[in-house]
Write a protein that binds this ligand. Structure first.
Ligand code: ATP
Length: 263
């Protein structure tokens, strides 16, 4: 199923023929022996990865869209482009509304600063005034439930604590568009439930949400729309149950093909 191409402010996000190619220069070291002979200096090589290839789709306001696909499919890259962290190599992305991101990779907290300081910085970065941040601070800290750690440097946090605070900041910025990348992976069961309830609340209030997740049940529970990427290409877009079913079928066929090859 391909994207519907309506234009105008009815859409929170419009992605038009977007591609992104990463170009990395590195030192190729063919063997250990060569490495030793050359004292670690290999030949220079360039690796190009077409992480997202000519992808187009629109997301209307108020949709909760799940982005699924295998490791390396281009999900995080797509999210980072929508967040404005990475410019597309080709194509155009239009975002109508204020975006709040909760991306595992990308702009984030300064680990040397305390949770409290990062809440203020996160708020200012999202365009809130100091007064607005002050008004929301207690709610943000309460939601994260990290107790006295709020005044400790964030490098002392466990990954779950880090994500609790990141999630709390992102959802309390009252974004029009919330980008969530595997936010629930490190939280414990209780926090996962609380976070899911909060995301549902945001979507009920006609906010738009993107959820990248390998937990297909989360996509099924939280999303009314879904998109499946494979090797940078858009494979399917539509109802989460249908997209997940097609993805699961694809995985199963892939596995069968793999095991036949193995024989
Ligand atoms: N900064 C980077 N520099 C070079 N290549 C990158 C970079 N980030 C990602 N890639 C490559 O781009 C491709 C897509 O990566 P991306 O992180 O978008 O996939 P993903 O679907 O989010 O994967 P996962 O499910 O593993 O998080 C991969 O082949 C990856 O190796």
């Amino acid at each position: 199923m391909s994207a519907v191409t309506t234009t105008g402010p009815a859409n929170a996000v419009q992605v038009e023929n977007v591609s992104l190619t990463y170009r990395t220069t590195f030192e190729r070291v063919p063997t250990l022996k060569t490495a030793l002979v050359r004292f670690g200096r290999g030949e220079r090589a360039v690796r190009e990865v077409q992480a997202v290839q000519n992808v187009s789709f629109d997301v209307p306001h108020g949709n909760a869209i799940g982005i699924i696909g295998a490791n390396g499919a281009g999900k995080s890259t797509l999210m980072r482009m929508i967040a404005g962290i990475l410019p597309p190599t080709e194509g155009r992305i239009q975002v109508n509304g204020r975006v709040s991101t909760l991306l595992s990779l990308g702009v984030g907290f300064n680990a040397a600063l305390s949770g409290r300081e990062n809440v203020v910085l996160g708020g200012l970065a999202s365009g809130l005034t100091r007064k607005e941040i002050q008004e929301r601070y207690e709610e943000i800290a309460d939601f994260a439930e990290i107790g006295e750690f709020i005044d400790m440097p964030m490098r002392t946090y466990s990954s779950g604590m880090f994500q609790r605070l990141a999630f709390s900041v992102a959802v309390h910025m009252e974004p029009d568009i919330l980008l969530v990348d595997e936010a629930l992976s490190a939280g414990d069961a209780k926090f996962k439930q609380k976070a899911a309830a909060k995301m549902k609340e945001l979507v009920t209030n006609a906010r738009t949400m993107f959820l990248v997740s390998h937990a297909l049940s989360s996509v099924r529970d939280l999303c009314n729309d879904a998109l499946w990427l494979h090797k940078g290409q858009l494979m399917m877009r539509g109802n989460p149950n249908e997209v997940i079913a097609a993805y699961n079928k694809f995985l199963k066929v892939g596995e069968d093909a793999f095991s036949l090859e193995d024989l």
